[in-house]
Design a protein around this ligand. Structure first.
Ligand code: MN
Length: 735
């Protein structure tokens, strides 16, 4: 049994500056509160926190971690609460204990859900402090080492969980030693018979394997010595049972076909060039298997692992693997983040608010996020892919703000969802997004680990299109809310303009009515509406006719007297304001009669061409839509006469090009397409696209997109195409 003095001795030798008194107090506190409790083995419960503290001391962690190891089950399993812990041990330890308690304490959830929750909580807890997971792993490791006293079902359940969650986390953090032990213990407890069978098979070969290994390591050390390659140690090992078992199962091979059943490891002094020199020595002794060489030194794995791997064929035809790494790389391979953290900490002193800890936190995030990712992105060995099958969280994606705040969103979310998740105002004023420093489209699907920077400008507003690229209800609701506000503002604006137009018709100054607050409100009330804006909005939406509103303002008698329709005047009066508006950028200008300050857009249905007869329709959201007067949709729009406005093409000196699609129906003979395109080219007209097909009734169908300036130009083109022999008809298609 481990004694507290053993633990203290380790801490003292690893970290001479440590606060040993804190550890002693934690020990006494734990002993006091776990007093009388027993483990399944019958031993006093205190054995467990002591063993956990010992594992942490062996990882060379600090006194805070070791003390928390002693206290980790106190809140969970005794009557002590967090506030008591705080009063005795301060905020830091309380936070660590709380992080651990939260991980353990999950009620009534399904197994999958519970695992998913566990992983999520651990990842989140680790973002504040990586020690939480190191302590949790130490806790799990001791429980796995001592599980022989539990019932088989419980052993199997805990082992499965260890394989699914804790071993992959250890792997992700680069803690090779902990991971291997967790895996082998899980294998043994989950599949006891298969474990026994495989162990027997390996044991039967062991004397022979060990003799070979001894040969190999002897030869390596001799040759390295001859070549003056400085090395610290040569290790020989037989493949671990769990990874061997997985390989046999996966590749359906026998134990004698495994190329890396045995392996040698060269640990050089801390200069990486020695690794490459050692490699050349190895390749000089034995023939390498080319595709098995991996340089994890030049390209480290994301879990910080670095090493050279090569497989060679030995004298008796037996292949084996040689791994070559420096001492420091070896420590990282065994201890992972724990080694990294220690290094940073000892170098820079205090942990709290330390830049180095912040850096470590980022590393940990980077290492662990893929754990909650559903894809198996992992690099080389099948071993990892198998153990990373953590399809625990297919529905969520974790992304970060540039300051490192984690934002959890459903899978498929975009930067707009992200922006709204930060704050509704950030969403509303979002103009763009950067992921990992690069500008991306706002509809980009976020991936786990993305660092997302939202670009905003204060004047910017949400767009209706965004509804197609968001999936969170929060974003959807905000955008919809904004659209309805926006539509209302727009309809008030349109309503006001329609009313002004009507007033102009009656030769009444718009101000006279619109500025008369009381009168406007009275009329609004007559329509059952509360405010002037409501009345204008109602006109804008087309629910209320401006003519009728005016009648209420003037009274029946005056209205009849002034009614211009009775005087048979033209709808548009001379001397009214006319403004030039442009469709698109630098395209044909259009004069809109009688109405000021509205956007214009070219109708998609008929794509009117400069010089053609056109008419404008006041639409919600798009301003004035300009149609070809002959467009079939215009007849329908006429129902809403109030919204029709007269528009005409502005006289424009510069000519602008516009695309028009034509369909020529021809006899089915060769050379038609060439004939038509030649005819068009002859009158110096650009062709953007031309394609020919044959119709069911054996006619040639030639579709051409041409570039014309105006109606006159188009007529000329149509005319010349009609002259081409074999052309039956030419018609204009909509864009
Ligand atoms: Mn425990």
């Amino acid at each position: 049994m481990i004694r507290i003095e053993d633990v203290i001795q380790k801490v003292e030798s690893n970290r001479p500056e440590s606060n040993i008194d804190l550890i002693r107090r934690a020990y006494l506190f734990s002993a006091l509160h776990h007093r009388g409790q027993k483990r399944a083995s019958g031993e006093p419960y205190l054995v467990h926190p002591l063993a956990v503290a010992n594992i942490l001391a062996e990882m060379r962690l600090d006194e805070m971690s070791v003390s928390t190891g002693l206290l980790h089950d106190v809140v969970e399993d005794t009557l002590v609460d967090l506030e008591t812990i705080r009063s005795y041990f301060g905020d830091e330890i309380t936070r660590l204990v709380d992080g651990l308690t939260k991980i353990a304490h999950i009620s009534n959830l399904s197994k999958e859900r519970q695992q998913a929750e566990n992983v999520r909580k651990m990842v989140l807890a680790m973002i504040t402090d990586v020690r939480v997971v190191l302590i949790k792993l130490a806790d799990r490791l001791h429980n796995m080492r001592t599980m022989q006293f539990l019932k088989p079902e419980k052993r199997a359940r805990i082992s499965q969980e260890t394989l699914d969650i804790y071993a992959p986390i250890a792997h992700r953090l680069g803690m090779g030693k902990v991971r291997s032990e967790l895996e082998d213990l899980s294998f043994q407890n989950l599949y006891p018979q298969e474990y026994k069978k495989l162990a027997d098979e390996v044991d039967a070969r062991r004397p022979e394997l060990e003799a070979t290994l001894e040969d190999i390591t002897y030869k390596i050390s001799a040759r390295l010595g001859e070549n003056d390659v400085p090395f610290v140690e040569i290790q020989g090992r037989v493949k671990r049972l769990f990874s061997l078992w997985k390989k046999l199962k996966k590749q359906k091979i026998s134990i004698d076909q495994v190329y890396d059943l045995i392996a040698a490891r060269i640990i050089t002094t801390n200069e990486k060039k020695n690794c490459y020199i050692a490699l050349s020595v190895i390749h000089d002794i034995w023939t390498p298997v080319p595709e098995r060489f991996k340089d994890w030194i030049a390209i480290p794995r994301d879990n910080l692992y670095q090493s050279l791997h090569t497989s060679v064929i030995g004298e008796n035809g037996q292949s084996f693997e040689v791994q070559i790494r420096t001492q420091e790389m070896h420590q990282t391979a065994e201890e992972g983040v724990a080694a990294h953290w220690k290094y940073k900490e000892s170098k820079l002193g205090r942990r709290d608010d330390d830049e180095s800890l912040d850096e470590l936190r980022k590393t940990v995030e980077k290492l662990l996020l893929p754990l909650v990712e559903n894809s198996t992105e992992d690099e080389d060995s099948e071993d990892f892919i198998e153990s990373l099958k953590l399809d625990l969280y297919p529905k969520d994606v974790y992304a970060f703000t540039p300051l490192g705040k984690i934002i959890q969103l459903p899978k498929g979310s975009t930067p707009i969802d992200f922006a709204y998740a930060i704050h509704s105002e950030v969403g509303d004023t979002c103009t763009g997004a950067k992921i990992k420093g690069r500008i991306v489209p706002l509809k980009t699907e976020l991936q786990n680990g993305d660092v997302v920077e939202i670009l905003t400008t204060p004047q910017s507003k949400p767009s209706r299109d965004w509804l197609n690229s968001v999936i969170t209800s929060r974003a959807k609701n905000r955008i919809r809310h904004w659209i309805s506000e926006q539509q209302r503002a727009e309809s008030i604006d349109i309503g006001r303009k329609l009313l002004e137009k009507e007033l102009n018709k009656f030769r009444i100054s718009p101000k006279k009515m619109l500025n008369d607050e009381n009168e406007m409100k009275r009329i609004a009330n007559e329509y059952g509406l509360g405010r002037t804006e409501d009345l204008l909005a109602s006109i804008g939406y087309g629910k209320t006719l401006p003519r009728n509103v005016l009648a209420k303002f003037l009274g029946a008698e005056k209205f009849a007297a002034l009614d211009p329709e009775k005087k048979e005047e033209t709808r548009i009066q001379s001397g009214m304001k006319a403004v030039k508006k442009f469709i698109g950028l630098g395209e044909d200008a259009i004069i809109v009669k009688g109405i000021d300050n509205l956007l214009t857009a070219r109708a998609r249905c008929c794509n009117p061409l400069s010089g053609e007869n056109i008419i404008g329709y006041i639409s919600l959201g798009k301003g004035i839509v300009v149609h070809n007067k002959n467009c079939k949709n215009v007849a329908q729009l006429m129902v809403n006469r109030e919204r029709i406005v007269e528009v005409e093409w502005a006289k424009n000196d510069s000519k602008h090009i516009q695309s028009v699609r034509l369909l020529a129906t021809t006899e089915n003979r060769t050379g038609m397409l060439a004939g038509i395109t030649n005819a068009i080219a002859d009158i110096k007209t650009g062709i953007r696209d031309a394609r020919a097909s044959v119709s069911k009734d054996d006619k040639g169908m030639i579709e051409i997109t041409i570039e014309v300036f105006d109606k006159k130009h188009l007529d000329k083109v149509v005319n010349s195409v009609e002259q081409v022999p074999g052309v039956i008809a030419v018609e204009r298609l909509n864009i």
